[in-house]
Design a binder for this molecule. Structure first.
Ligand code: C2E
Ligand code: MG
Ligand code: MG
Length: 698
């Protein structure tokens, strides 16, 4: 038989090894690792069933296709063969020519089987790597199948569990059971897939977080018969997210909550307050002189100040009676020097003022940084839910508006939001937009106010004054838009334009009339702090062709004195080129004599408010007399500003003031009028707002 079989198979090109006993078969197997084993049931010593069992018990023989040769119609042997782990049987009585076909069939099946095994192993591996398992639920029986990874996710072993839906459900975190039940129920009802995230209880009592996707499996008649799904362990991912969240929610400098946290907490607090039908306050505050601290003492000091402010705020908010009595407050730093507090459960709006006042007082105390006392104060704005807004955004914006009002009022105080503030701010924003537009599109113009030598009445120069006429707002006075321009930085563009336009028009005027006038241009402190001011001025002079000696820069008093050293070098460079510098609005600041003496100045312009007092206030007259005497001693010329009456003119002239400007002499005028004035030998001056009433000093 052995020989016959071997020959038949060899004829079909199989390689055949044989053995005449059970032991021989096992030894042969270990040596050649065949693809298929044909085993007779009846063997000497050890029968075929025993050999088969022994092979199956060994991992290397576990998946070996084994074909048992049985006696004809020996049902008992067939049964025993299968029980022993045989893959198939072949009755010895069968035509041997059929054997190769059977062998081929078994080998093909075995190949398919091992491919399946391999792909299952790959799937399982992939699932393990992705922490993603799959499951199947039989709806009728409630039986559940899990892939290996699902067991791992739950921390269970396949051997210790009988899987049912109920078993799974009992290992869902109790707080999430409703969510799971709902999702599964809805999927079954509507036939739609679901995607949920929930916590599971693991074998070691820890809690994991999983994400599940599930889909209904429909039977042939369209009814739901099962469910397929995946389950992914996202615990580590969630923990990492949580960590990032923490980082994203706190301000590293002060350790206070940041804008993100504040916004979320405020939204929560609002919905709670709404439910309780109670009140809530949002406090927005900002340090009054923080920018100056940063600029003059450096950013490190600025940062330390913010840290200390945060610390002080924390203590003082905790110690506030009102908060101790009530539920609490939440403190955050929004960025820069802006802090916010949420006050929950306000009984009445006024309660917020108690906290605000306490914060104001505490922050007004100086801080000690590196042995140096640094003083700041704070401006606070308060908005109240529900009166001042229904949502977080509106409340914060309105508290900010109120804070701005506190600042405008002089700082170091708190303000409650009122609707009219918003309107003011809106109008202001509108004005800024329009001003920006005007600057960009060249809607500004210049007027020139003549400056006259008081003794001779001769026109010696003009002061360029910027004008803005807006379609909607009408003529906006510079006193109104210059500060806005300074706040927004638009002043840089305006200043440059004024200088260039003034120079250009004056050069053109000189060409037409043959007369030279000096041009006075006002400089904003912000322009003065620009590092390239000097080169900007020179390049304009070069571009337009105005003589440097004909340009006079007017700098407001306070500014020059604030930084004598810095001003000194800039002024020096300017004056070396022949440009003159004048102190504008003299008398309004607190100039030191030393400063006046050390700076390369040309003249002082006595402020209009002093001139106005002539004939009315002995004190001011004495002051003016003193200023002029001092100026003379320092070799400075004096310009009288805002001369409106003959009496004022007489007084100034008698004191020896050399130059003057004012409505009495001439109002600011357009360049065309100035040209006419220069052309007519005996000029009658036009006026800006109304026809001329007076001529140059007679
Ligand atoms: P300022 O430099 O002191 O200019 C003098 C102001 O007094 C001008 O007001 C002028 O029109 C006004 N004035 C002249 N004579 C009289 C008078 O007899 N009576 C009265 N009541 N007022 C008189 P204006 O043009 O409204 O300018 C106001 C301020 O705006 C200026 O004060 C200056 O500080 C600023 N400013 C004007 N133009 C510019 C500019 O181009 N750049 C900068 N940075 N500031 C400018
Ligand atoms: Mg001026
Ligand atoms: Mg002035």
């Amino acid at each position: 038989m052995l020989e016959q079989i071997s020959d038949t198979l060899r004829e079909d090109d199989y390689e055949v090894f044989d053995a005449a006993s059970g032991e021989g078969a096992l030894a042969q197997f270990a040596k050649v690792h065949p693809d298929l084993l044909i085993l007779d049931t009846a063997l000497p010593n050890m029968d075929g069933f025993q050999v088969c069992e022994q092979l199956r018990a060994d991992p290397s023989g576990e998946n070996l296709p084994i074909l048992m040769l049985t006696g004809a119609n020996d049902r008992e042997s067939v049964k025993r063969a299968y029980d022993a782990g045989a893959t198939d049987y072949f009755a010895k009585s069968t035509n041997l020519a059929l054997l190769p076909h059977r062998v081929r069939y078994i080998l093909r099946a075995s190949e398919v089987y091992s491919e399946l095994k391999e792909s299952q192993a790959r799937l399982s591996n992939a699932e393990r790597i992705a922490h993603l398992g799959n499951w199947h639920l039989n709806i009728e029986t409630g039986e559940l199948q899990w892939s290996a990874e699902v067991y791992r996710i739950f921390g269970r072993l396949p051997s210790e569990t009988v899987l049912t839906y109920d078993y799974f459900f009992s290992h869902v975190h109790p707080d999430d059971q409703e969510l799971v039940q709902d999702a599964v129920g809805r999927a079954l009802e509507n036939g739609t897939p679901f995607r949920i995230e929930h916590r599971v209880l693991r074998a070691d009592d820890s809690v994991g977080i999983v994400q599940q996707l599930g889909e209904v499996v429909l039977g042939e008649d369209g009814t739901a018969i099962g469910m397929d799904g995946t389950i992914q362990d996202v615990t580590a991912q969630k923990q990492a997210e949580e960590k990032v969240r923490n980082l994203a929610y706190f301000d590293p400098l002060t350790g206070l909550g940041n804008r993100q946290l504040f916004t979320e907490r405020l939204a929560e607090a609002i919905s709670q307050t709404k439910r309780r039908r109670s009140r809530l306050g949002v406090m927005f505050f900002d340090l009054d002189k923080f920018k100056a601290v940063n600029d003059t003492l450096g950013h490190a000091t600025g940062d330390e100040l913010l840290r200390q402010v945060g610390k002080r705020l924390r203590t003082c908010i905790r110690e506030t009676d009102w908060i101790a009595r009530n539920e609490g407050a939440e403190l955050a730093r929004l960025g820069g020097d802006e802090f916010t507090v949420i006050l929950t459960d306000l009984e009445k709006s006024q309660d917020a003022a108690v906290v605000a006042e306490r914060i104001r007082e505490q922050l007004a105390e100086p801080f000690l940084i590196d042995g140096q006392e640094v003083g700041v104060s704070t401006s606070i704005g308060i908005s109240i839910y529900p009166n001042d807004g229904q949502d977080a955004n509106t409340l914060v914006t309105h508290a900010d508006v109120a804070m701005y009002q506190s600042k405008t009022n002089g700082g170091n105080q708190y303000c409650y939001y009122t609707a009219s503030m918003s309107e003011k701010i809106k109008a202001r924003m509108d004005m800024i937009d329009r001003l920006r537009d005007a600057v960009e599109n060249g809607y500004l113009s210049l007027r020139y106010q003549p400056i006259v030598a008081l003794e001779s009445g001769r026109l010696v120069g003009v002061e360029a004054l910027v004008r803005w006429y807006d379609e909607k707002l009408g003529a906006v006075p510079p006193a109104e838009f210059i500060p806005l321009a300074e706040e927004t930085g638009l002043i840089m563009g305006i200043g440059e334009w004024v200088l260039e336009q003034g120079c250009r028009q004056l050069v053109a005027l000189e060409k037409k009339t043959g007369q030279q006038l000096s041009l006075s241009v006002n400089l904003s402190p912000f322009q003065f702090s620009r590092t390239d001011l000097v080169s900007a001025v020179f390049s304009v002079l070069e571009k337009t062709g105005l003589e440097p000696g004909n340009l006079q820069l007017e700098i407001s008093e306070g500014l020059i004195m604030a930084d004598i050293e810095g001003s000194g070098t800039v002024l020096q460079t300017l004056t070396e080129k022949g440009i003159t510098v004048l102190v504008d609005d003299f008398g309004t600041g607190n100039t030191s004599l030393q400063g006046l003496a050390r700076l390369p100045l040309n003249s002082l312009k006595v402020d209009r408010r002093f001139v106005q007092q002539i004939g009315q206030s002995q004190f001011h007259e004495t002051l003016i007399t003193t200023i002029i005497a001092m100026a003379r001693a320092l070799g400075l010329k004096v310009v009288a500003e805002g001369l409106e009456s003959e009496a004022q003119l007489r007084f100034m002239r008698a004191q020896g003031c050399q130059l003057g400007q004012g409505y009495l002499l001439a109002r600011p005028m357009a360049v065309r009028q100035l040209e006419e004035l220069l052309q007519s030998g005996d000029p009658t001056l036009g006026s800006e707002e109304q026809p001329a009433a007076t001529g140059i000093a007679r």
